[in-house]
Design a protein around this ligand. Sequence first.
Ligand code: G2I
Length: 458
Amino acid sequence: MRSTRPRFLRSGLVSALTGLTALGALLFAAPGAQAADTPLRDLAAAKGKLIGSAVNPAKLTGTYGDIAGREFNTVTPDNAMKWESVEPSRGTYNWGPADQVVAFAAAHGQQVRGHTLVWHSQNPGWLANGSWTPAQLSTILQDHIAAEAGRYKGRIAAWDVVNEPFNEDGTYRSSIWYNGLGQDYIANALTWARAADPSAELYINDYNVEGVNAKSTALYNLVRSLKQRGVPIDGVGLQAHLILGQVPATLQQNIQRFADLGVDVAITELDVRMQLPSTSAKLTQQAADYKAVADACVAVARCVGVTVWGFTDSDSWVPDVFSGYGAATPYDEAFAPKPAYHAIAGSLGGTTTPPDPGTGCTAAYSVVNQWNSGFTGQVRISCAGAALSSWKATWTFGAGQTLTQAWNADCTQSGAAVTCTNASYNGTVPDGGSVTFGFNASWNGSNPVPVVTLGRTP
Ligand code: G2I
């Protein structure tokens, strides 16, 4: 079985524990300090999953670069590896931006998802407007794949070799490739990609194939037939450009049926767009949608992970294309994590994020340090869309844990039930901001993460 999973460049679990210990020490030294949440990549790696984002190489500095490097264990160049970017005129290659993404990934111990070798869109004018015999077109395609996949040989974990080959009804999309070469352009592209980079996982990637429908069934039938013919195909990419509240009910079933064909599945371009302006209710629904997608991937062993198509609302294709829609990503335009971010973290097991329609805020619980008899916990309350005042966070310890000390909140425990109310100085969680409190507790045997419920004190 080919799989991207053994290729982690650092052990997520080990780095997560190392990071947690460091955070724990920080808290002991300065109990009032705000500690960061466990990065998504460490949570994902502990589950053997990938968590990624499309990235724009021109932006990989400052806060954008910090988040891209810290939170994700795979990156996909958003446009830099597309044909018009790398070969704007015939035989003249511009590798600069693509090289930047590959170098960034190497520096941050990340995989790269290559995107994309064969597509109907974003082709250079010389190619799209040329008139080619089938033999010429075939040579052009083979040369392009050999050049690009060859350049990055051994450095790309997975290639979206073929992008968006189907129409909504499951027929083949009319394109320069299908019209000129027939449906076997797909098999040939996969075969040439394997020859150029034998270690890369080879994918077909498409949108509106997340649930069981005519288009995903056409993709399913294609993959089955490619496998039967011995054509190299290792995975399918479900892009998942979704609309608020519309995660297909058959998502997990669909992932599973591809897995049962003997290929991997990746969620490759997740975003959840909403009609603007965003409200706390919409952000709560969006968090539930992100969680549903991540949960479906976590539930199927051959689902290798989830990549979001841009991690911040300031870097999303959505507002440019869907007028009046936006706010589709897990971070807002000012790089503050939204409820969707905490929902992904919750799905990956690190924190819990009950949607709280009453407050529009989320509470993220995490264990930031743990030793043989005790642990340090942290709860971060984040609000987006509305502020929260006079807050109360409650949970039930599931395995006999007992609070010994708390800071930045007044906490009491009665039996297994813990109630923490704000301290005098942090009773307001601003819209778009967060408040963090911490505690020490004892544990014995196991230390499961509880679900935190948010409320207001009377
Ligand atoms: O359309 C969303 C995605 C659907 N699946 C395939 C992905 O490759 C695709 O990504 C988007 C990029 O995120 C956009 O950034 O593909 C678009 C093109 O189809 C990209 O937009 C284009 C703009 O339309 C151009 O005006 C611009 O010059 O990006 C170009 C480069 O910045």
